[in-house]
Design a protein around this ligand. Structure first.
Ligand SMILES: *[C@@H]1O[C@H](CO)[C@@H](O)[C@H](O)[C@H]1NC(C)=O
Ligand SMILES: *[C@@H]1O[C@H](CO)[C@@H](O)[C@H](O)[C@H]1NC(C)=O
Ligand SMILES: *[C@@H]1O[C@H](CO)[C@@H](O)[C@H](O)[C@H]1NC(C)=O
Ligand SMILES: *[C@@H]1O[C@H](CO)[C@@H](O)[C@H](O)[C@H]1NC(C)=O
Ligand SMILES: *[C@@H]1O[C@H](CO)[C@@H](O)[C@H](O)[C@H]1NC(C)=O
Length: 224
């Protein structure tokens, strides 16, 4: 019966219900399986314990709130050659998400748009590719740090981030982004750091951005 209910819920409200069949524990195990690929290392302690439905709160790199929902996930410097699975969107209480220096591959799943409590999103030093789906940030009103440094992202720079009022640190450098630097970036008044170095960008640095140059150190040498 429980299983049936859970199945129904999943159909009715896809991805929203951390129902009995799809707890944060199971989502993390899903993440592990996907990111490990055939050959990962470094999440050996992420194992289910039948005796404890809150076992995931003690996994390395995981922090939970009082309701055993995951609020912080920091998995860095492991070898994880697989992709981030779409189920990550179910961890919708996440505040800090750091998945850096893991050799993660594939695309950034659009389901990450459901992580609307995020303050820190770091996926630097991996090999993610395709374009960076800027629209996932639209609902992340609290976002302060967006760091995608040193991946294989291509296409144009994301413009959606200009609507984020708390954004302080943005690092998009070390990728294959092309096209021009969006003039709108100068509208992010909270911005303290903007890293764009090491891309395939063309054109000039918008003069409006240069006016902010005291805050945007890596760009300032190119503003004359
Ligand atoms: C597993 O990783 C090792 C070390 O990085 C590598 O030499 C080996 O080819 C990998 N095996 C597979 C099946 O990917
Ligand atoms: C998120 O990171 C910030 C800055 O490192 C820290 O102050 C805050 O306590 C973290 N929040 C959680 C829920 O871990
Ligand atoms: C994440 O974990 C790594 C080590 O695995 C550590 O160096 C880093 O400071 C941590 N970052 C945060 C934001 O807690
Ligand atoms: C990631 O891959 C690169 C190149 O294949 C390798 O040099 C590096 O050591 C890998 N990183 C980790 C954390 O295994
Ligand atoms: C990343 O992109 C570069 C340049 O296009 C390419 O040489 C490299 O093989 C790519 N790496 C991966 C892991 O896809």
């Amino acid at each position: 019966m429980k299983r049936f209910l859970c199945f129904l819920l999943l159909i009715l409200v896809p991805l929203f219900t951390p129902c009995i069949g799809y707890s944060d524990l199971e989502v993390l195990l899903k993440l592990k399986t996907s990111m490990y690929g055939r050959n990962g290392t470094g999440l050996e302690d992420w194992v289910a314990s039948p005796a404890s439905p809150t076992a995931h709160c003690y996994f390395s790199g995981v922090k939970c709130d009082e309701e055993s929902r995951v609020v912080s996930l920091n998995v860095s410097f492991r070898y994880l050659p697989g992709p981030i699975p779409p189920e990550i969107g179910l961890l919708n209480k996440l505040v800090n998400l750091t998945l850096s220096s893991n050799n993660l591959t594939g695309e950034i799943p659009v389901e990450m748009a459901m992580l609307t409590s995020l303050r820190i999103l770091k996926v630097s030093n991996n090999v993610f590719d395709r374009s960076f789906p800027g629209k996932i940030t639209l609902g992340m009103a609290q976002l302060e740090v967006l760091d995608v440094y040193n991946n294989n992202f291509s296409g144009s720079l994301p413009t959606e981030i200009v609507s984020l009022k708390n954004l302080k640190h943005v690092h998009l450098g070390g990728n294959f982004f092309s096209g021009t630097i969006p003039e709108e970036y100068s509208e992010i008044l909270s911005l303290e750091y903007l890293g764009l170095n090491g891309n395939a960008l063309s054109g000039k640095i918008p003069s409006s951005l240069c006016l902010l140059k005291s805050k945007l150190l890596p760009l300032s040498s190119s503003c004359v």
